[in-house]
Design a binder for this molecule. Structure first.
Ligand SMILES: Nc1ncnc2c1ncn2[C@@H]1O[C@H](COP(=O)(O)OP(=O)(O)OP(=O)(O)O)[C@@H](O)[C@H]1O
Ligand SMILES: [Mg+2]
Length: 294
């Protein structure tokens, strides 16, 4: 994985011709090169560059957290991986194939849970299978069993028939996670998944998330505004500049797992890591909005 600085070089072309193909284990699951995203703004009649020349490799089974100032293009990046937004230039591949749209290999978890209030927990989770091509030979009972499995995995057994209004914020997000997992995605894309819950629940849910991800072996791309959360959960942190978002630095988090079983903040190296990421982000925040006018 590489961070890059402006001016942006031309994105590396995809491998063609007679170059030897790398062994499958070496091919990153997600590979982005020179990703640049622009939005057309109808009212302003202009173009806004949200991301600029982003290079990123994410390995299978890796947990990557993206941190950066508000408006730097984090959600935009997630939407590009999800196949919902197309880059203006550069490219992104998953499993060696260019992303052309959404697919069952990727699932999203949203900050506001995005549950349907008129559906029960079970029915909300079932909705995660809505856009799955029907697998041949999968019976109704097997689908039911799978739904029960993920509901148990997220710790909601006994609440299958509850409606979202009968659940706490943390429980609602568990439903959101179960709905994402029910289709057995390879990649979990989580946009501030714990941003709407209170501080205590958030900390408890971080441990839950670590446990759930360890159980599924998913590759995770998590967006968070919390440096502590990023360090507690991720294998690597991608620090993004203010808009247009560029990769400023990629920081390895070499702390032992499961981190939820000890106070990760006391781990050797934690404070330095936190201080380093914070200093990068502080410079970016100040760069975007100078406190003192020049
Ligand atoms: N559909 C859109 N049309 C026009 N501009 C957009 C659109 N979506 C996002 N933007 C702009 O692109 C920039 C990046 O937005 P994005 O939502 O990716 O940022 P973010 O890093 O997720 O921010 P936050 O941390 O506040 O959620 C912002 O300036 C935003 O106004
Ligand atoms: Mg966002």
């Amino acid at each position: 994985m590489t961070g890059n600085a402006s001016p942006q070089p031309e994105p590396t072309p995809r491998s063609v011709g007679s170059a030897p193909a790398p062994a499958p284990a070496e091919v990153p699951l997600i590979m982005a090169r020179g990703l640049t995203v622009r939005y057309q703004r109808a009212r302003q009649r202009d173009e806004l560059t949200a991301l600029s020349g982003v290079d990123l490799d994410i390995r299978r089974g890796e947990f990557v957290a993206i941190v950066g100032p508000s408006g730097c293009g984090k959600t935009t990046f997630l939407n590009v991986v999800a196949g919902l937004v197309k880059p203006a230039s550069g490219w992104i591949e998953i499993n060696g194939r260019e992303v052309e749209g959404p697919g069952p290999d990727r699932a999203m978890v949203f900050q506001d849970y995005a549950l349907m209030p008129w559906r029960t927990v079970e029915s909300n989770v079932r909705f995660g299978l809505q856009f799955q091509a029907r697998k041949t030979g999968v019976s109704r009972d097997q689908v039911k069993q799978k739904i029960a499995e993920v509901i148990e995995l997220v710790g909601l057994s006994g609440f299958e028939r509850s409606f979202p209004y009968e659940l706490s914020g943390g429980m609602r997000q568990r439903v959101g996670i179960a709905r994402a997992l029910v289709g057995d995605p390879q990649i979990l894309l989580a946009d501030e998944p714990l941003g709407a819950v209170d501080a205590l629940t958030r900390e408890a849910m971080q441990g839950e998330l670590e446990r759930i991800i360890a159980a599924t072996g998913n590759t995770v791309v998590l967006i968070t505004h919390s440096i502590d959360e990023a360090i507690s959960l991720a294998d690597r942190l991608v620090v993004v500049s203010h808009r247009p978002g560029r990769v400023l630095e990629i920081v390895d988090v070499n702390l032992p797992r499961p981190r939820s079983e000890y106070d990760v903040k006391d781990a050797p190296g934690y404070r330095e890591l936190r201080e380093h990421v914070w200093s990068l982000l502080r410079d970016e925040a100040l760069g975007a909005r100078p406190l003192v006018k020049p």
